[in-house]
Design a protein around this ligand. Structure first.
Ligand code: NI
Length: 175
């Protein structure tokens, strides 16, 4: 199918719990993964979760790469993470600005755990257990929230922590 259309804030399907995936090898699931990878690349995202394309499944893509706000972000092969879990996390949290393909035009200042220990299955069904930190940990927590029906705006702690994209660009002189 290729690039999927992304549903936006207000669509109730963004607010549902995603279901665990049992049959990873199924052709429909494999093509959904391919579509999510293509969609992430086409929309210049660093991640996308299946519920954002109206598929209520525990699956997301993490695709970190350096960007203006996170110049130190590692470049990684975009990775499909299936049935992800957060096993433990650091005590400390860091605030960072986030955006979301399902919340166009807005940015929010969101606290996230600096480090997390996670498990997930890859698209071949292999189980992984990894420590993630900084930007990749942030992406993981953002996408994991989508599987619980949450978006980043739910985690903004103060009204000053929401900006339009235009004001965000101005404030950080990114244009
Ligand atoms: Ni998002």
């Amino acid at each position: 199918m290729g690039i999927r259309s992304v549903i936006e804030l207000g669509d109730v399907r963004l607010r549902s719990y995603a279901s665990p995936i049992r049959h990873i090898a199924e052709p429909d699931l494999q093509s959904l993964i391919d579509d999510l990878l293509v969609t992430t690349a086409a929309k210049n995202g660093v991640g996308i979760a299946a519920p954002q394309v109206a598929e209520g499944l525990q699956l997301f893509i993490v695709a970190s790469r350096p960007n203006l706000r996170y110049p130190e972000a590692p470049t990684m092969e975009p990775t499909a993470m299936i049935n992800p879990q957060i096993l433990s996390h650091s005590d400390d949290r860091v605030k960072g600005w986030e955006g979301c393909l399902s919340v166009p035009g807005l940015r929010g200042l969101v606290p996230r755990y600096r480090e997390i220990e996670v498990t997930y299955q890859d698209r071949y069904g292999h189980q992984h257990r990894r420590y993630l930190k900084d930007f990749i940990a942030r992406i993981f927590q953002h996408e994991y929230d989508h599987l619980q029906g949450k978006v980043f705006l739910d985690r903004v702690e103060h009204p000053d922590g929401i900006l339009t994209e235009v004001e965000y660009q101005k404030r950080f002189d990114l244009s």
